[in-house]
Design a protein around this ligand. Structure first.
Ligand code: AN7
Length: 352
């Protein structure tokens, strides 16, 4: 059957009215890529079956589109004319795109100077009203939660339950792509904790086995690991620069019920895994998206996870082109040569 987005594909598992008008960009159906070179790097000779769920290949370049098709579909159903969210960037771009498609006004609040360029560019291109606040994502979330109490505006952050409904289709897809069974480990970055909560809902609902969940937080923004709010979250992985996750309680439930682990990884380790993904497997992601892999690598090194014969899926939440500045900062600058073949030949001779 032709793929027409996650609502159409998994309709039987979603609580939409029969006659709902679906707002979709044909999101989902992202590749689950076997990564043998990477597996050998992080767990030599262990026979680890490692898979990468490349969510950066969704229509707006991040996993957020799965939940956004659901949230915008339901907002339209309920008669909304305006939607709003706070965002570190990806939710903003996704909300802006689906709102454009549905003909809704869209406002997005982003932390000033802490949103990656690709996310800002996309949100503006889709015609959202982008509002920069001199505060964190958490401050923005407080603001949008308060404004929807006062004005008839639909909130499309993952505190909106429809976001989780759409997002949980990621679990269904992984199980389908693995031939009908769940992996042993499901590894992902944790920011506002919508994704971890949604995946766990999905695995439980599908009834085809349960993985253990491994959540990674950036060390400078690790409230769930620390057990307290982080007032001034910091990390180079700006997508997950969040100090007070809205779905904190549900994340703890997912971790507890699955026998899972939540751990903090340093920015250096996030970048290390980000580089391994690109250089060993040709998969370019934004830094936050490497946090699940960094957590897995770290827990294997610490002896907390035994990789032998296991199947692990790492959720790669956003595309590398979201954050071109970090990619360029991390690289050696390109070489400059005169425009002739002799110069190129001389370079190759010297660099053998
Ligand atoms: C690439 O866009 O919170 O734990 O406002 O963009 O469900 O929050 C983004 C989060 C991981 C964390 N990876 O997911 C936002 C926002 C990427 C992200 C996360 C985000 P949640």
């Amino acid at each position: 059957m032709k793929w027409q987005g996650v609502i159409q594909q998994y309709r039987a598992y979603l609580p939409f009215a029969d006659d709902v008008q679906i707002v979709t960009l044909n999101e989902g159906n992202t590749p689950l890529i076997r990564a043998d070179r990477l597996a050998e790097q992080i767990a030599p000779k262990a026979g680890l079956k490692l898979y990468l769920k490349y969510e950066g290949l969704n229509p707006t370049g991040s996993f957020k589109d799965r939940g956004m098709t659901a949230a915008i579909t339901q907002a339209v159903r309920e008669g909304a004319k305006t939607v709003i969210c706070a965002s570190t960037g990806n939710t903003a771009a996704s909300a802006a795109a689906y709102a454009a498609r549905a003909g809704l006004r869209c406002l997005v609040l982003v932390p000033e100077g802490k949103i990656a360029l690709g996310k800002l560019a996309a949100s503006l291109a889709y015609g959202a009203e982008v509002i920069s606040i001199n505060g964190s994502f958490d401050d923005g979330l407080d603001m949008v939660r308060a404004i929807v109490e006062r004005l008839p505006i639909a909130l499309v952050n993952s505190v909106n339950p429809w976001r989780l409904e759409g997002q949980k289709t990621g679990s269904f897809e992984i199980i389908d792509q693995l031939g009908g069974q769940a992996p042993d480990w499901h590894c992902l970055p944790v920011g506002n904790a919508g994704n971890i909560s949604a995946y766990w809902l999905g695995y439980k609902q599908y009834g085809k086995g349960l993985p253990r969940i491994l959540g990674g937080q950036a060390a400078g923004s690790a409230p769930i690991v620390l057990g307290h709010v982080v007032e001034k979250p910091e990390t180079l992985a700006t997508a997950i620069r969040i100090g007070n996750p809205a779905r904190w309680r549900q994340a703890l439930e997912a971790l507890d019920e699955s026998g899972g682990i939540i751990t903090a990884v340093t920015d250096a380790k996030i970048l290390e895994s980000w580089k391994l993904l690109a250089r060993l497997e040709g998969v370019f992601v934004e830094p936050a998206s490497a946090t699940g892999l960094a957590a897995l690598k770290q827990q294997i090194e610490l002896g907390e996870i035994d990789p032998v014969g296991k199947t692990a899926v790492c959720i790669l939440t956003g595309h590398g082109l979201k954050d071109p500045a970090t990619a360029v900062d991390q690289a050696t600058p390109p070489l400059t040569l005169p425009a002739n073949v002799e110069a190129l030949e001389a370079y190759l001779a010297a660099s053998k």
